[in-house]
Structures are given as structure tokens and as C-alpha cells.
Design a protein around this ligand. Sequence first.
Ligand code: EPZ
Length: 415
Amino acid sequence: MQKLAIQGGNPLQGEVRISGAKNAALPIMCASLLTAETLRLTNLPDLHDVGTMRKLLQQMGITAKSATGEITFKGDKVENWEAPYDMVKTMRAAILVLGPLVTRFGDARVSLPGGCAIGSRPVDLHIKGLQAMGAEISIEHGYIHAKAKRLKGARIFFDIVSVTGTENLMMSAALADGVTVLENSAREPEVVDLANCLRAMGAKISGDGTDAITITGVEKLHGAHHRIMPDRIESGTFLVAATATGGSITLRETRADILETVLEKLTEAGAKIKVSGDSIHLEMNGRPKAVNVRTAPHPAFPTDMQAQFMALNCIAEGSAIVIETIFENRFMHVQELRRLGAHIDVEGNTSVVRGVDHLEGATVMATDLRASACLVIAGLVAQGETVIDRIYHLDRGYEHIEAKLSQLGANIRRL
Ligand code: EPZ
């Protein structure tokens, strides 16, 4: 098991380039199943999950030619319409091949994703939507088996906002017969990036970014080139780290318009933020003020930034309330933060964090992707050395994080 060792106390200074968004790249890679022509994706992040998704698509018959930060896919020889358990269990986003397989080939066998650390994370809304479009779905031996001669457009209402549910059904509807309306759909920027890529492939989609998306099915989709949008969660993570360490950093090749609630909260914590073009500059002097956080679907505060703000609140002036409304078990980082000396009380989906003037380094364990990022931030501010175990979680979602942090002056090394 690889570990990260961090000596706390260095304010982050300097510039860092933001990578392409993991949560845009994963669904967009699955769009390669929707056409027999080539789909060229650039600004792809070099992440474990991107590698896993590439392997999954290749074993289905997609050809994938990789170069630095880009992959060119071709879907003219897809014969194996299956996503096996051993691939799905390590990466839930594999469920995103279900819709494309059913709508292009009329047949799919995708392993039910297991639960994961942050919650049970069912896929019932994905299945219900496909059934509404005419797919026959049976669940046997832990596999979803979906069949359809040709999917039909339908009006689908999400009783819970689901990001990958919206993405799966948007891809399914792109080749269906007729018009599909997705109501109470996810408004995340990654959904819009997928819609942009599908439109470049010839899909007819409108309303993405709102809570009602209309897709008019077409007979075929053609190849395209798409540049993956910047990662707003990586951006937010670096900005929180700079705020917590009292630093001064500039993010390059990012976007501020997809981070508004995060930038607002950091300003409330006392950071000075300047945006110019695709750069965000953040300056932080002195101790941050505690800020309340309540997660909810975009454009509200993102659940993927909750753990990072918990770390910031641990050393902030005052107390803060952190409410997690998306996942039922996304406070695993609390136990680990307590080992570093944090004062946090948890009651159901609400945590109360009372800022202490310093944390003390210790050995802690990462439990999920964003909890790992939270522990890195805590390690950057703690006195002494913090060792974080099980950092494979971190490698799933952050491209070369210790190299980027070292470049910003952090004292961090991989053991
Ligand atoms: C996406 O997960 C992201 N992953 C997650 O990022 C992110 O935390 C989450 O959206 C919320 O923003 C990718 O995009 C690959 P949901 P997803 O379906 O789509 C319930 C990270 O750190 N639900 O929006 O799986 C579900 O249990 C990851 O990068 C159902 O009940 O999340 C949850 O409580 C972690 N039935 C809520 O909806 C369903 O069929 C939101 O889940 C689907 C979801």
C-alpha cells in the first residue's frame, strides 16, 4: 500500500495547471460506444479511473489509441456487450456503458455496482429510465441484463437528482426513436460537457444545464473531437489547500463559472480571489474564518467539496455546521481528522466543527477519494508529519497530486 508523508506548515505558493475533469471524462469516454467512427478526446487526465474505463471499453471491442492527455476511440468492432463485475466493482462509473450499449446494439449485460464507502449508491433510476424507453431488463446473478429492439423516446422524471443517471439516459435517448424529456435532471457542468460532445457527434440535445433536458433521437451519430472541460473539484481542492495554509496560488486552464458557490465560501472564509480568463488567483493572509456548508445538487454546494471544507473548518476561527444531503455516509474523514486533533461532533447528516488553532500530524487512513483530499489538506497545515495510508483512493481522482503540491512548495513525498 503506497502512502503519502507530509510535513505541515508550508504555505502554498505559485502556479498549477488544472487537469481535465474526471467526472466529465468518464461518461464522455462511454460515448465512443455510440458511433462506429472515431471519437478523439483531448485534455484527458492521467488517472487510474480513466485507465480502467479505457480497458473496459477495449475489452468490449473499442479500439483506443493513447497519446499524452488524449485517446482516439473507434467503435466499429464492438462485439462484447458486457461490463464484468471485476471491472465494475472498482469503478462505479462503469454503469455508464449500459445506456450506450442498449441504444446502439439493443443488448447489454452490466454488473450491478456494489455499494461503496460513501453510501449504497443504487442504480434504480438508470434502470427505471431505460424501462420507460422500452428496454426489457432482468437482474440475474448480480448482473443487469437489458434488451431492446430500439429504444423509444419517453418522458422520464427523476425523483432524486442523479448525475450519472442523467448522463446514461441522455446517451440512451440520443439514438432512440422519438423525443425524450428528462425532468428533474442533474445540472452539473459535467452533464453539459457530455451534451456538448454528443452534439458534436450529431445528437439533438437542448436544456442541458437546466432541470429539463430534451433529446430528439437520430438514426446514427458520427465521430468528433472533444476537449474535456477542466476539473472543478481539483480546482476547488487546491484553492481550499491554499486558504488553509495561508498561501497565494494561481490556477491555470480552469474555469470560475463552474465553481461559484465554492469561490463564494472561500471569500467568506477570508480569501481574496481574482479571476482572469481561465485563471483563478487566490491570496490568503491569516487564519480562515469558519464557514457553514450544506451540500446539494449543482448549482448548490458540491458534495465532492464537503470533506475539503471540513478540513478547512478544523483550523478556522469559530465553529461551522457541515450538512451532507447527497450521500448517507460521507463523514468517514471525521474519525481521521479527530486523530489529528480536530473537534468535530456528528449527528446524522450534520457535523459541527469547532476550529482549533492547530492540528498535530499523525498516521491516518484514506477511505474514499475526496476524504483522501481532505486528509492531504489537514496534513499540509498540521504541525509535524502526517502519513496517509491507502492513497490509491487519491490516485483515482487527482492527477500527480504530490508533484503538483511539491511544485507549490508543499513538503510531501510518496512512500
Ligand atoms: C456522481 O456520482 C459523481 N461521479 C460523484 O463523484 C458525485 O459525488 C455525485 O455524482 C454527486 O454529485 C461521477 O460523475 C463519475 P448520483 P453518481 O447518481 O452519479 C442516489 C467523486 O468523488 N441515487 O448523482 O453515482 C444516490 O444514492 C464521485 O468524483 C439513487 O438513489 O451520484 C445518491 O444518494 C463520488 N438511485 C444521490 O442519488 C440512482 O439510480 C446522488 O447520486 C442513482 C442515484
